[in-house]
Design a binder for this molecule. Structure first.
Ligand SMILES: [Mg+2]
Length: 325
């Protein structure tokens, strides 16, 4: 039987707020919930009204109680963690950079709060932020797919965004000046996630080599690693620019393995994009863990963490005589 763990903060009628609970329910219960279309793919906002005990078991009452809970919304279903069978053979960990070690989103938002007011718009609204990241996703993705140049993807993002702040896009030269202004702000706001230290310490204790594989360009990605204090602590750094193609091309992952001198099956790849950092490297023989910081899933990924602080459970025991402690 497929078992699905439903995590819920439950509230029992008449007893007030309960604690966070891990409620095991069987496939039938989840199927019923899915049929009602109420199973939300969220990992937060877990308040669920449960009118009675919800336990495992293929049974009407419990299943219907879950359905009732789901109809109130906000239930998260996740796959139970699969046993990790490959930890002991690991020799290296490859980290993604943006969204994994480097907090690109917070850095970009801070940069926009500096830059947009210079364009005459005082308030950086959520709508503006959404427009920025939408343009980034679209045109950076086009570069990753080899459809446009790196310079052009930056101009294209500005062509989309500038009308939102009342500016005509203008000539390429004008766009390049805007880009330079934004990048100056962006370079002043770079920050790493606060769970990076825990992960790197755990990797060092386990005696594993590290590398960074990132879909970016050498100049900016090397500068980020330096600026966030990770130069010498993680690396070497491999970029899509240097390799010649971007993730998810198989050659990107295999190139890093080869350069590390480690076979793919002895490498763990860790990153925030399930497609680029988990499915694609796994397809060419690497092990992979999804860093799902936003809780968007996929929730049925069996090797899923929401913080790098959890990475240690996928690593081999600390190496004897490890310098890191
Ligand atoms: Mg990333």
């Amino acid at each position: 039987m497929v078992r699905i763990r439903v995590l819920a903060r439950y509230r029992v009628q008449g007893r007030g707020q309960g604690a966070v609970g891990g409620l095991e329910l069987d496939a039938l219960a989840v199927e019923l919930a899915l049929r009602h279309g109420d199973l939300a793919a969220r990992s937060e906002d877990l308040d669920v009204l449960v009118t009675g005990p919800v336990r495992g078991g293929r049974g009407g009452a419990n299943a219907w109680e879950l359905v009732a809970a789901c109809r109130l919304g906000r239930v998260t279903a996740t796959a139970p963690p699969e046993p990790v069978t490959w930890s002991d053979r690991l020799r290296a960990v490859i980290f993604d950079l943006d969204g994994t070690l480097f907090d690109h989103e917070s850095s970009a938002v801070a940069a926009l709060r500096q830059w947009v007011p210079r364009l005459g718009v005082e308030t950086v609204t959520d709508v503006l932020l959404a427009a920025w990241f939408e343009a980034e996703d679209r045109h950076f993705g086009a570069w990753q797919n080899g459809l446009i140049s790196y310079v052009e993807q930056r101009r294209a993002r500005l062509r989309d965004f500038l009308p939102h702040v009342g500016h005509r896009p203008g000539t390429d030269a004008e766009l390049d000046r805007h880009i330079a202004d934004y990048l100056t702000c962006y370079a002043s706001t770079w920050q790493r996630f606060d769970d990076v230290d825990a992960a790197l310490t755990a990797v060092a204790r386990a005696g594993l080599a590290t590398a960074v594989l990132t879909n970016g360009i050498d100049q900016q990605q090397f500068a980020k690693v330096e600026a966030i204090g990770l130069a010498g602590r993680v690396g070497p750094v491999f970029t899509a620019e240097a390799i010649g193609v971007a993730k998810p091309a198989p050659i990107t992952y295999l190139t890093v393995c080869e350069r590390l001198g480690v076979p793919a099956e002895a490498v763990l790849h860790v990153g925030d994009r399930h497609d680029l950092d988990v499915l694609a490297p796994r397809a060419v023989g690497l092990n992979a863990v999804h860093l799902d910081r936003t809780g968007r899933g996929p929730l049925d990924e069996p090797h899923r963490i929401t913080s790098l602080a959890e990475l240690g459970r996928f690593l081999p025991p600390a190496a004897v005589g490890s310098a890191a402690s």
